[in-house]
Design a protein around this ligand. Structure first.
Ligand code: B12
Ligand code: SF4
Length: 534
């Protein structure tokens, strides 16, 4: 079979658990060339030499690479090596990272062709021309954007291994009508839906093949309420038909648009079956205006409170550090406000200057200094100096470990007290000074660091008990310097079935006191942590 392969569609995913929907969409739409095209995914961290060896095996005539901010550095080296070792192989690039600022990118200079924007139609045409020996003279081709009902769905391209072990991305629409300056989708200028009934038939087929976790990549799943209702209704139908066979669905919502009909559906999902990603980014109205983000803060707050109280959904809210016009106090006020609303996770991201995103227009006015290297994180602004930005970077990492991980549910209220951001930042500064780093911290070191810091503030007994209980409940089996782990203090975190990812499962146990549900079984998780979809 390998010797017939003329086209290799390849990428480096962020992790093994992630799949590339783009490669599958491209292959599904290749027509007669689909049979001579192979999907070859690897994970960032693999050496470019190994990637090239694997992708050139079988002597393809065309290697097409999907380039994103997380893989552009190693893929640049990959293209360089392909051109050294097999200059006759045509290299085509596409993906969000090479869809803008093409002229200034080394990887684009090395490649033969770059397709910007949507790839299905234009790549199929280009591949046909290349294999026919008549490639176009243009190097950069603007991707054609057909009505989405003309495209073949990519879902049959998921293998059985994908279904068993990896995160399945699905999409009900493309684009976003909003214009948030930091986001690439601000350039979309519209939303385009996939036809609902055929999409549901595809989801049904995936489910019949064994898929149980569905991650929607739609930017704003709740824009068109009717479509959202049909899709959520479809999953509720599956859950009701087989309550013992759980399904896990992830969608991204805009927080200030939850009509009653949608609320009723969201409330019907049982624990462990629904995750909602909710971009808040900032609560500061002046900053929102500066980044052209339309958001009704009062409604956002009311809806988040409602979601927390009336649904069992796992809420993953996003905030950004370093937005134009936002200083530490403003960020802290937003963080505290969000903590009080109680989402299970708050992803604190550092502002990035994504290629093409409008934020660069604010750079001079707000002295936004971005790293020149992917992922182009901001290093300072006129409101946040480099040292403070550094501190906030550590803060974000430590918060992810103690706040978002679900491992510290009993300790967290003691740590955060009445001013969550200020307390967490003080602890984060202290721990970073002590360890000299904020990454690769063993779990036990975090527990001990929390104990020592809280004990020094007079909460030794309460903090020790909370930490020991959290440690026992997380199922960790190491030793803590401040006490034996009383396994009787807590049972291992558990959930309602095998579809729910591990991090969400830990939060479920925290929520168990709030939401009274009956049967919980041990979960065998198949996915590493990380909940965000961006
Ligand atoms: C899934 C996802 C992830 C996954 C990774 C997936 C993977 N495969 O490894 C995770 C959750 C890890 C992730 C992380 C991040 N992500 Co992300 N992610 C997405 C998301 C939600 C879906 C991607 C997708 O499947 N889209 C659907 C497919 C069909 O669209 P597409 O990929 O654009 O492909 C089309 C075209 O681009 C083109 N095309 C693509 N590849 C190719 C190749 C060829 C040869 C051709 C011809 C055409 C072509 O054709 C395709 C079909 O039309 C997008 C947002 C979105 N909805 O697209 C953001 C997005 C890709 N992420 C983005 C960002 C910024 C990040 C982060 C930096 C954010 C952060 N919090 O730090 C991190 C970086 C991770 C890291 N380790 O450094 C940006 C990308 C910017 C860029 N220049 O690459 C996006 C676009 C979101 C945004 N804000 O605008 N992400
Ligand atoms: S941040 Fe969300 S709402 Fe704003 S442009 Fe990007 S996808 Fe759209």
């Amino acid at each position: 079979m390998t010797e017939n392969i003329q086209i290799v569609l390849a990428t480096l995913n962020a992790r093994y658990a992630h799949t590339s929907l783009a490669l599958r969409a491209l292959r599904a739409n290749l027509g007669e060339l689909r049979e001579v095209c192979a999907l070859r995914e690897l994970v960032i961290g693999v050496s470019p030499e190994t990637a090239v060896e694997q992708w050139l095996a079988g002597r393809p005539r065309l290697v097409a690479l999907s380039v994103s901010v997380w893989n552009v550095v190693p893929l640049t080296r990959v293209v360089e090596l392909i051109k050294q070792r097999a200059p006759e192989v045509v290299v085509v690039l596409g993906g969000p990272e090479v869809s803008h600022e093409v002229e200034s990118q080394a990887i684009c200079a090395l490649a033969d062709h770059v397709v910007t924007g949507w790839g299905e139609v234009t790549f199929a045409r280009l591949a046909r021309a290349i294999l026919a020996g008549a490639p176009p003279t243009e190097k950069v081709l603007a991707g054609e954007q057909p009505p989405l009902d003309r495209l073949a769905f990519p879902y049959a391209e998921y293998s059985d291994e994908d279904l068993r072990q990896r995160r399945l991305y699905v999409e009900a629409s493309r684009g976003c009508p909003f214009r948030c300056a930091f986001c690439l989708s601000a350039l979309d200028r519209g939303v385009w839906p996939f036809p609902t009934e055929p999409l549901l038939a595809e989801l049904q087929r995936l489910h019949a093949r064994g898929a149980r976790r569905f991650t929607f990549v739609d930017r704003t799943f709740n824009l068109a309420i009717e479509r959202a209702e049909s899709i959520l209704g479809f999953f509720l139908g599956l859950l009701r038909a087989r309550p013992d066979d759980p399904v896990f669905v992830h969608v991204e919502l805009i927080p200030d648009h939850l009509p009653e009909r949608l609320k009723a559906l969201l409330a019907a999902f049982p624990p462990g079956s629904l995750q909602l990603e909710i971009g808040v980014q900032t609560f500061n109205p002046e900053v929102q205006a500066l980044i052209s983000r339309r958001q009704d803060n009062a409604l956002t707050e009311a809806n988040l409170r409602w979601l927390r109280a009336q649904t069992a959904a796992h809420l993953h809210a996003d905030l950004i550090i370093g937005l134009p016009g936002e200083d530490l106090d403003s960020f802290a006020a937003g963080f505290d406000r969000l903590v009080r609303l109680g989402p299970q996770e708050i992803q604190v991201g550092i502002l990035k200057r994504l290629r093409g995103a409008p934020i660069h227009r604010q750079s001079a006015r707000f002295d936004l200094r971005f790293s020149p290297d992917p992922p182009y994180g901001v290093r300072s602004t006129d409101h946040i100096d480099p040292a403070t930005m550094e501190r906030l970077t550590h803060f974000a990492r430590f918060w992810d470990r103690v706040g978002n991980s679900g491992r510290f549910s009993r300790t967290l209220p003691i740590l955060l007290g009445d001013s969550p951001c200020a307390r967490l930042l003080t602890w984060s500064d202290w721990l970073h000074a002590r360890l000299g780093r904020s990454h690769a911290i063993p779990l036990e070191t975090l527990y001990e660091g929390l104990y020592e810091w809280l004990a020094a503030r007079g909460d030794a007994e309460m903090a020790g008990a909370a930490l020991l209980a959290d440690y026992a409940a997380s199922g960790a089996r190491g030793r803590l310097s401040f006490g034996a782990t009383p396994s009787s203090l807590g049972s291992r975190d558990s959930a309602n079935g095998v579809a729910t990812p591990r991090r969400q499962v830990r939060h479920l146990s925290r929520d168990a006191a709030l939401i009274d549900r009956e049967s919980r079984h041990q979960v065998e998780t198949m996915e590493p942590e990380t909940a965000a979809i961006v």
